[in-house]
Design a protein around this ligand. Sequence first.
Ligand code: F0G
Length: 462
Amino acid sequence: MSVKYIAEPFRIKMVEPLRILTREEREAKLAEARYNMFNLKGEDCYIDLLTDSGTNAMSQNQWSAMMRGDEAYAGASSYFRLQASAKEIFGFEYIQPTHQGRAAEKVLMPLFMGEGKYAISNLFFDTTRAHIILSGGRPLDCVDPRAKDPALRAKFKGNMDLEAMERCILEHGADKIGVVVLTVTNNGAGGQPVSMENIRQVSQMCKKYSIPLNIDAARYAENAFFIKRDEEGYAHKSIREIVKEMFSYADTFTMSSKKDAIVNMGGLIGVKDGSSPLIPAIKSNCINFEGFVTYGGLNGRDLDALAVGLQEGVEDDYLKYRIGQMEYMAARLDDAGIAYQSPVGGHGVFVDGQAMFPHIPYTEFPAHVLAVELYKEAGIRSCEIGSFMLGNDPDTNEQLKATAEFTRLAIPRRVYTQAHLDVICDALINIKARAHEIKHGYRITWEPPIMRHFQAFLEPIK
Ligand code: F0G
């Protein structure tokens, strides 16, 4: 193996015990959960890779900052500490806290959208897509076509396809495009980064057609790390400088702070221009949906934890270790011939479930088969990002076919050790050895009309 594990730049002072069920117990839990990973209890999962969102370990500095939390309804000092921290990192003049990322979207997206409008992205995250639709608009995805080939090892596969973007603008008319959303890193494409060159070009095109550019900033620090590592001209810049440049090209950002800001709950909206007419409208929506502007649905102590987490999330040593965890797992999977969205992205390993089970059709959800097998094998919880998640055609009700069938192993920040990562890789290797014995996938026995993967019931096909 060519990749060395990068040791944690911290030591552990508080532990959370884990419980390991027997294989028989795990099989019973799966049946009880109707084979839906969201129906499993957290305590029944030995290693929980369902998401990297809100599952991060906070530092001693974050926990101690929480003790300073000022719970004043209006004008809490926690809010001013958060503002100062965020302004320093992003260089934006207005910062609005919200309780999480989708709340930021709910506040901001209606201000750009309306009936008959469109929004363009390098790939919308589910909730962003939902808020575009809920505000009367239609989402258009223009991801770099290289993202659709998991075996293709190319840099910055999360980029916007600029030609496709311009085609969308010309087809619908620039006045019909409410906003362009650049998701960094690109979650739907497997945590693949977006290059600075691409951000700059997207920004130039937005200016050319007078369309506002919003960054979906959930994993902005991981994206900056990839720019530093892989893009010409950035090796000697600090992560902080790179972040500043990334955001200098945007007008606004929405952020789920539950990822790179290393907290368990929180979100942000940023507006570059402090005199923007968006700001009073953001404040009004925030007061209606989230709470008064200086707390935005969060406790004062949450604002303080976020103020500190933003600073820790852009530290070089932390990011080297963080991306190092992904690189370590990817190298072990390479040795074992296990396919994944490559090169590995920032927040997890997206294993190619179709390559693991080539004989199982997309209608039987091969990546969900792998998620179930990982739980049976070692108590690891992951989730399917493929045809099961995609759902049915709203007009014909036929099962849609996803461009890739991924099993997402999302890695929480500062939580699992090298030995845990080995348990995950060993489990994948064991499953691969017996993959041909697993002949069939799953059928859905009940599903709600939208976002079905959170609630659907499934059963194994005999
Ligand atoms: N944008 C991106 C790129 C996301 O990945 C998420 C959440 C959101 C927005 C919404 O933020 O959860 O704070 O409301 N992603 C999580 C995930 C849920 O598991 O990937 P939220």
